[in-house]
Write a protein that binds this ligand. Structure first.
Ligand SMILES: [Zn+2]
Length: 109
């Protein structure tokens, strides 16, 4: 028997774990996400380079259901900043969450 993730459509063999988190994901998809996070947590360099992008991408792929719209919006902004906003360079660890969102929005013209 397989399950289909309601957020991203990933089909995997049905497991026995439950899923109680806010993302609109299957337990099986969440388990894969946790494997990715586990790899990131094993390397400070990898974590620093990709973690925010990993979380933002997973969150946006799993909109709907119990996942609050404001969370999806925040993660969409994170993706935008990671994928080409000229004022954001990940090598400086300058994510707006680190500086506070208001300081980022206040000085934009
Ligand atoms: Zn999924």
């Amino acid at each position: 028997m397989t399950t289909t993730c309601p957020g991203c459509g990933l089909e995997l063999a049905a497991g026995t774990q439950g899923y109680e988190r806010k993302f609109n994901a299957s337990a099986e998809c969440w388990a894969v996400f946790e494997e990715v996070l586990a790899k990131e947590f094993q390397s400070a360099a990898l974590f620093g380079q990709v973690h925010q992008l990993t979380v933002d991408a997973f969150a946006v792929q799993h909109a709907g259901g119990r996942h609050p719209d404001k969370s999806v919006c925040i993660h969409l902004v994170g993706l935008h900043l990671n994928c080409g906003h000229p004022r954001f360079d990940p090598k400086y660890d300058d994510h707006p969450r680190e500086r506070g969102w208001s300081s980022w929005t206040d000085d934009r013209d």
